[in-house]
Ligand binder design. Structure first.
Ligand SMILES: Cc1ncc(COP(=O)(O)O)c(C=O)c1O
Length: 394
């Protein structure tokens, strides 16, 4: 058999340290490797596989659309993108959409929209306030927005106009706001930053400040959106509405999609001011439509909310048993366990051996972002494996 991992090392730019497993097949919350070994997947493609692997609804939409129309240019109207836009608008507080292909691209577009708004309505204001520990993507501008040194240092100088301030502090946002500020951009819960949950009033405080200053609030819901934290969109849990919201990951159920949505008053692009070749393509949008429709029709967010509580209660039991677990963080199915020491990578490898996929989001923190369709039985199984692995450290 071909040694795929060796070939990868030879052919690829080594931008990521992969785990020593080659996955070939998936079904529901399970995946299988080249040796036929089965794994319970609590990584879910980094919070992408909302309906698990190869869900029949997704496979049907994808194959039917593949036989019908895959790609056109955006110079023409196509139906799946309009249907998906309508479902998003009907189920959110936003009015208009722009489709693209990834989270970074969605944020890049959202930030361009905010700058355009600043130019037209805020006397040329262009600065965007973002937070330390955030993650907004890998393009140059989204790296500048991402308030983490390790992502920024290799690429300095970065594009101008991004002010990174402390997360979970309205005072920090207030202190950074000037007449050059056009927007504040935050994640309702920081995902890649380690699953950091701000205090309950944080988003309300930012909303009030943005209203007072006449600047825009952009919510990056690329990780928290599409049911992940127990509501279709994270903002619903905080009693506020953003002016602009970005989505990607779980929206496509596995196909690459991104979208940013805006309130009518913030939707200021004129023809030609933004665009995309693949964005909104029929294949991806038909798949996104089937995914989102299933999530809404089956109240997946409501189920995630309940399952998240069940999951947290079980994590509490682990915490009570193992003194080296210091904190449980998150909501719904965006959860994390923080340890006293930097043991996350070692735990990931130990779990992998036992047939469980989990993610080391920080050196001392494990993250759980499984498909949204998992059951209590899957949670029991995953935490049973984790408990066995943790017990070896006692
Ligand atoms: C909150 C958030 N924003 C943006 C991104 C970037 O998305 P992508 O990797 O699809 O460009 C991510 C990816 O992890 C994310 O979690």
């Amino acid at each position: 058999m071909e040694n795929w991992q060796e070939l990868e090392h030879k052919l690829f730019m080594q931008t990521i340290k992969r785990l020593p497993v080659t996955l070939v097949r998936g079904k529901g919350a399970r995946v299988w490797d080249t040796e036929g070994k089965e794994y319970l997947d609590f990584v879910g493609g980094w919070a992408v596989n909302s309906l698990g692997h190869c869900h029949p609804v997704i496979v049907k939409a994808l194959t039917e659309q593949a036989k019908t129309l895959i790609q056109t240019s955006n110079q023409f109207y196509t139906i799946p993108q309009v249907q998906l836009a309508k479902l998003l608008v009907d189920n959110s507080c936003l009015d208009r959409v722009f489709f693209c292909n990834s989270g970074a691209e969605a944020n890049e577009g959202a930030m361009k929209l905010a700058r355009r708004y600043g130019k037209l309505h805020l006397d040329g204001a262009y600065e965007i306030i973002t937070t330390h520990g955030s993650f907004h993507g890998r393009t140059l501008a989204t790296v500048a927005a991402t308030g983490q040194d390790k992502f920024q240092q290799p690429y300095i100088p970065l594009p101008d106009g991004f002010i990174n301030v402390d997360y979970d502090s309205i005072e920090a946002i207030k202190a950074a706001t000037t007449n050059r500020t056009c927007a504040v951009m935050v994640e309702p819960i920081q995902g890649e930053g380690g699953v950091n949950v701000p205090h309950d009033k944080y988003l309300k405080e930012i909303r009030a400040w943005c209203d007072e200053k006449g600047i825009l609030l952009i919510l990056d819901e690329i990780q928290t959106g599409i049911g992940r934290i127990g509501s279709l969109f994270g903002y619903e849990q905080y009693g506020i509405e953003p002016d602009i919201m970005t989505l990607a990951k779980g929206l496509g159920g596995g196909v690459p999609i991104g979208v940013f949505l805006a309130k009518e008053r913030a939707s200021v692009f004129a023809p030609g001011e933004h665009g995309s070749t693949f964005g909104g393509n029929p294949l991806v949008c038909a798949t996104g439509l089937a995914t989102l429709k299933f999530i809404i029709d089956n109240d997946i967010p409501g189920k995630v909310k309940k399952l998240g509580q069940y999951f947290i209660a079980d994590l509490e039991k682990l915490k009570a048993k193992f003194g080296f677990i210091v904190e449980i963080r998150g909501r719904g199915l965006l959860l994390a366990l923080k340890f006293t020491d930097n043991v996350a990578e070692e735990l990931v490898l130990a779990c992998l051996k036992e047939g469980l996929l989990v993610n080391a989001v920080k050196q001392n923190t494990l993250r759980f972002i499984p498909p949204l369709i998992i059951t209590e039985k899957d949670v029991d199984e995953a935490l049973g494996i984790l408990e066995k692995v943790l017990a070896r450290r006692l």
